[in-house]
Design a protein around this ligand. Sequence first.
Ligand code: CTP
Ligand code: MN
Ligand code: MN
Ligand code: MN
Length: 392
Amino acid sequence: GTIAVPVSPHACQRRTTLNNRNRLFTDALNILAENAELSENEGPYLAFTRASSVLKSLPYNVTKMDDLKGIPNLGDHSRKLIEEILEGGTCNEVQDLIQNVRYQTLKKFTSIFGVGVKTADKWFKEGLRTLNELRASTIKFTKQQEAGLLYYEDLILPVTKVEADLIKQIIEEAVHRFLPSAIITLTGGFRRGKEYGHDVDFLITHREEGREEGLISKVISWMTAQGIILYDDITDNSYHKWKYKESETFDRFAKCFSIFKLQKMVHNLEPGRTCSHGSLAANETRGIGLAGHAGSPRHLTATAAKDKDWKAVRVDLVVAPFGQYAYALLGWTGSRLFERDLRRYAKHFGHMILNSHSLFDNKQNTFLLAATEEEIFAHLGLDYIPPQERNA
Ligand code: CTP
Ligand code: MN
Ligand code: MN
Ligand code: MN
């Protein structure tokens, strides 16, 4: 007979491919997780996210409650949901949620680039419900939010792997103009093998440490002159100001959150293309608008024309010094839960502090250097998990 290998409660000790055999349950759990996140309920958000994740890692379809024996990270609430779906195919709580106006509105508002839960909730409480109500309002948007509204219809479309590879070529050309032997790596979901993403993430480095300094602004300036950049927000490296023992969510690398203007390839035109939010309302599709001045009507639409020959795509560029490259690569490959569990595992089981710059060993009071991701897993005492199996 076979010996059942226990499933680890840590996402970083499981192999999670994109072949999810339990989508019916994970989709439902993800909606509950998302709703908790939109309500800033961190505990339930994590509980539903972990429940969904553990099901994604199972090498079999769950067809009866008995299949869940010994599976960690499944609380009473998640188990009841699974049981209800096993019995009737759906879950009432989820069905109610997707009809819920607050859930729908906050989901829509947070899908705008630059809008987080707090802002979305504020707008909801002010009675705002649609993008056109936002566009017509007197709200003082950030530059990021203005771009988010301007290119909204494109930015909610999935980015394909073909588009990601095309953007990689464009970035390589631009970067190599200033730093010929710079290394450019596709990270994020595409490195984990996804065919679609909400953006494209890149990590840039150079073997001679220091050569990468100042690169990002030169590259963005050049691409802007070429008409490739619709929006950019550059942050300088601030690692020198960092107290590494502070637990921080964000890293201190030089980076740029941007929106690219990607020319459509002829063979890439998809006439029947639809987006997740359905067809656009007639009054949302009119003309090419520009960010207006205070007091004048703002249209904040630029992606409405169906026959335009370009697509707005979100791109994240991160520049790491070579000595931190392996940590940056691990930190920017994801998934979000995989990263979270890696850091948690490092802290609780290794008494180490892991972030996208380094690994600090509290017992030896020293930084552990690594040239590859394999070395980082080894420092942590974990089996190496390749990117394609980090889809937790
Ligand atoms: N990340 C990060 N700091 C940020 C944003 C993202 O360290 N400010 C990390 C996330 O933890 C994630 C990776 O970068 O591991 C990619 O993030 P993101 O692009 O948001 O997600 P993807 O996994 O690429 O999925 P998607 O297709 O939605 O882009
Ligand atoms: Mn991404
Ligand atoms: Mn994402
Ligand atoms: Mn990203």
